[in-house]
Design a protein. Structure first.
Length: 415
């Protein structure tokens, strides 16, 4: 595939022509570029598509209306190939209104296979002996005009996906992992779109927030919300307005002298001239309203001990089976399945079949072990002591308790 096979699309008529091309293919390779490093709310800047041996670079800022190609994204007869699809799916659902069916993620598939290096550049190098240029990985894709080197970079992210998918798919079939991978792809495609919103308690997630006293936490809330307002007003990412270290330093020291605030926040003089008075006001408001900010939020409803015990026992069992079966934890039992099994506590195979995204292959392989745990989980205290002993012994070895290339847990999902 040469540079002559690259088609630039920046108007509605070209998008309609692209739809005509896609109507004749069974596979579409996709990637996106956004400007989250440069905007308060990320914009979809580019949609890169490889189909039928040609690459289409869709300037999504010039043609934000992509409805003519939406139907192909949810067409189950067309395979959509991504690498690291989570962000791409999210932004395409959110910004373009797409829905998806029949996706294939080369990164997730590689994780099922226990590959150590999961990045696209590493996989392309290993499979094709080609070194991808990642110079523009943090480029502002909202900039125009673009030049030849930018187009080459955009193209490289989809150029090898089709053949890479075929090679990885053969490996999945050979390792009897095709079914569990397909289930995970289907689950990813159906994750609902979540609208962007500001969590008013987001300040509690700033590193160092838990070390503050109540007054400091109240000040952090005020300066954090001020930073969000300033970032929104200037359409810049919050970290480019004021870093987290500066927020924590201001919350610890709580200075009201402009010169001290200037030094503590470490912002250029011209920026401080613009926001200094608002910072002082935020600090004073935080000190005044400290009684309104609890040091810790109330905990949610406590899970029953038996549910926690089942989840802990399943994770311990999964770790052992990963070693004996030489399969990744994700292939054996993903975290989302563990959590659902622990909550439902099935007592027979039919109950297991009601667990979403589990699949016949996992049930055939592991139903007996899983049901033995759900029927009679070990005491929670026993599991906690076992986990403590394992962590203690890990401190004296090389820090791994699984096969090379296999994570101790399913790192793609929340525990």
């Amino acid at each position: 595939m040469s540079s002559s096979d690259i088609v630039w699309i920046d108007n509605a008529a070209a998008v309609k022509k692209l739809a005509d091309v896609l109507s004749g293919v069974s596979e579409i390779c996709l990637d996106t570029e956004a400007d989250s490093m440069y905007r308060y709310r990320a914009r979809l800047c580019f949609l890169q598509i490889e189909a039928g041996g040609r690459i289409f670079l869709v300037d999504a800022l010039a043609v934000p209306e992509l409805a003519p190609i939406a139907s192909f994204m949810e067409d189950p007869s067309v395979t959509k190939v991504f690498h690291g699809a989570d962000f791409d799916l999210m932004i395409l659902k959110r910004k373009a209104g797409f829905r998806f069916a029949n996706i294939f993620d080369t990164m997730v598939a590689s994780q099922f296979l226990g590959r150590e290096a999961l990045g696209l550049a590493a996989l392309v190098s290993d499979n094709f002996g080609v070194t991808l240029d990642k110079t523009y990985q943090r480029f502002d894709w909202g900039k125009r005009p673009l030049y030849r080197e930018h187009l080459d970079y955009l193209s490289s992210d989809v150029r090898y996906l089709s053949e890479l998918r075929r090679r990885i798919e053969r490996d999945l079939q050979a390792e009897a992992l095709h079914e569990v991978a397909r289930i995970e792809f289907d689950r990813m495609a159906q994750v609902p779109m979540v609208e962007e919103s500001l969590d008013p308690e987001g300040f509690r997630r700033v590193k160092g927030a838990r070390d503050l006293d109540q007054v400091g936490l109240s000040v952090l809330r005020e300066v954090w919300h001020l930073r969000e307002s300033l970032a929104s007003e200037s359409d810049r990412p919050p970290f480019k307005v004021l870093g987290n270290d500066a927020l924590i330093a201001l919350s610890h020291q709580r200075p009201i002298d402009p010169a001290i605030i200037h030094r503590t926040a470490n912002v250029p003089a011209h920026v401080f001239d613009r926001i200094g008075a608002r910072l002082i006001q935020a600090i004073r408001t935080g000190e005044k309203n400290a009684h309104m900010v609890p040091l810790r939020l109330p905990l949610g409803p406590r899970l029953p001990d038996w549910q926690v015990a089942i989840g802990e026992a399943l994770r311990a069992w999964r770790r052992q089976r990963s070693e004996t079966d030489r399969r990744t934890p994700l292939a054996i039992l993903p975290n989302h399945a563990i959590d659902r099994i622990a909550a439902a506590r099935p007592v027979d195979t039919e109950g297991l079949r009601e667990i979403p995204w589990l699949g016949d292959d996992r049930i055939a392989r592991y139903a007996e072990d899983i049901l033995a745990i759900t029927k009679d989980p070990p005491p929670l205290e026993t599991l906690k002591r076992s986990r403590w002993r394992r962590k203690s012994s890990d401190a004296f070895d090389d820090g791994t308790d699984t096969l090379p290339g296999i994570d101790a847990g399913d790192s793609r999902e929340p525990s």
